[in-house]
Design a protein around this ligand. Structure first.
Ligand code: AMP
Ligand code: MG
Length: 443
């Protein structure tokens, strides 16, 4: 197991860049053991994390077969100096193999996918031959040079040999993967149990939707946006509701979250101006680092490992032993846009890793900015934007969109992408390419 070494988690509050924060999180994470898995039927497999390699029990394809509609024959019969003339002896279709063996000078009409008849290793496509007489009994003339021996035959096991891994453990299954498992004759796959993620919002002003809104209060949106993002990632959400800015209430919910979940995602209450007891309580439960990340939006962020009460210390056990009972904490800023941006920047990939997935970073698109963008070097900036096909000359263009205020959730909803301007980047000129995260397919 990885240790949460003295740096960076042991420090109180630290300033660090987005990349440093991501690296510190990645270095600390310990995935669920592969043994925490279950078998599911294929129709429940999409989006799950594969817990064991899917090994093919069969050769795919199971037989040498024809890649074309045409005539199957022995390639050795081909002549270079003139047409090759063969006698058709019948037709085979996919699923009804030919019982006999082709003799010298014979060919067989085959449909795509038909098992290659014994004695044949080559298929000449229909459109390349001239047939005199009936298609499955006449004389087939193959002009010289149109085909080489062995062409248009798919070999047994060519796609996948029996005993080979068709899908590797850690893969997040997609529709094609589910189809691939079915094509091997499998009905079930072994997947990781979903990660349980406890989710709560903090703040005295934060109100449950549906309840009347008192003066100065706002409805809780973070628990709903973050809950939706978590469910899209395949996480099992343990919704712990709203928590008052109150020491005892927070201590109780943290204790419950750690008892019930593998990870805890919270929003609000970690800014420098917030009551000290948040840090107190979190710090008392484990090793938690409070960071001021050089990013906009999303500066305050806390990450750490919370102990289950009575579970003892965090010292790792001998190699192979299950990690101590504990729960990973991701405390996000309260501002609704900042909460989502920090989720995408730090939490998404971390939770996938914890869930046992081979998590890849978000794909980045390059798009030309339609207008100049002001940017100060020394922090990473995430700006809401609209990406669309470029009007001139192909590719993609991007324009900033709406208010960039950290609290304006509508701008996040109306945008279809985030422009991500790197730490050292300065202002951007119109027409310059910038990196973009697309919301479509994000989580
Ligand atoms: P905080 O990080 O607690 O200082 O909150 C920063 C801002 O985000 C404040 O304006 C809060 O009212 C707002 N906020 C905090 N939590 C939520 C939430 N769950 N939903 C919507 N806005 C929130
Ligand atoms: Mg608050």
């Amino acid at each position: 197991m990885n240790e949460l070494g003295p740096s960076p988690l042991a420090a109180g509050e630290r300033n660090l860049g987005v990349d440093e924060a991501r690296a510190a999180i990645a270095a600390a994470l310990v995935p669920l053991p592969r043994s925490e898995s279950l078998e599911v039927p294929l129709h429940e497999a999409d989006g799950r994390v594969l817990a064991a390699d899917v090994v093919s029990p069969i050769d795919v394809p199971a037989h040498d077969n024809s890649a074309m509609d045409g005539y199957a024959f022995a390639g050795a019969a081909l002549r270079a100096d003139g047409p090759t003339v063969l006698r058709a002896t019948g037709t085979v279709v996919a699923g009804a193999p030919y019982g006999g063996t082709l003799g010298a000078g014979q060919c067989l009409r085959v449909m795509t996918g038909a098992v290659m008849p014994a004695g044949a290793d080559t298929v000449v496509p229909l459109e390349l031959v001239r047939v005199q007489g009936t298609p499955d009994g006449g004389e087939v003339h193959i002009p010289p040079g149109v085909i080489r021996p062995g062409e248009n035959r798919r070999k047994r096991g060519e796609d996948l040999a029996a005993g080979k891994a068709a899908l590797a453990a850690g893969r997040v299954l997609r529709p094609a993967d589910v189809g691939l498992a079915a094509s091997l004759g499998l009905t079930r796959v072994r997947v990781m149990r979903p990660l349980r993620v406890a989710l709560f919002s903090t703040g005295d002003e934060v109100t449950e939707p549906g309840a009347p809104l008192a003066p100065g209060c706002i409805y809780d949106s973070n628990r709903f946006s973050l809950g939706a993002a978590l469910r899209r990632l395949g996480m099992e959400v343990v919704d712990l509701g709203l928590v008052r800015d109150d020491r005892a209430a927070l201590a109780a919910v943290v204790a419950r979250a750690v008892r019930e979940a593998d990870a805890v995602v919270t929003s609000g209450g970690v800014s420098a101006g917030d009551a000290d007891y948040t840090r107190d309580i979190l710090a008392r439960h484990g090793d938690v680092a409070f960071w001021k990340v050089a990013m906009r939006p999303g500066r305050p962020f806390a990450f750490g490992l919370l102990r289950r009460e009575g579970a003892g210390g965090l010292a790792p056990g001998p190699a192979g032993e299950a990690p101590p009972p504990s729960s990973w904490l991701f405390a996000l800023p309260g501002n609704p846009v900042a909460a989502l941006v920090t989720f995408y920047a730090f939490v998404r990939e971390a939770l996938l890793v914890l869930a046992g997935a081979n998590a890849a970073p978000l794909p980045v698109l390059s798009a030309r900015s339609t207008a100049p963008i002001r940017k100060r070097p020394g922090r990473t900036e995430f700006q809401r934007a609209i990406v669309e096909p470029a009007r001139d000359g192909g590719g993609w263009q991007v324009r900033l969109f709406g208010s960039q205020g950290a609290g304006v959730l509508r701008s996040m909803s109306e945008a279809n992408a985030l422009v991500v301007l790197a730490h050292d980047q300065g202002s951007v000129a119109a027409g310059e390419p910038v990196p973009v995260w697309l919301f479509d397919g994000l989580v």
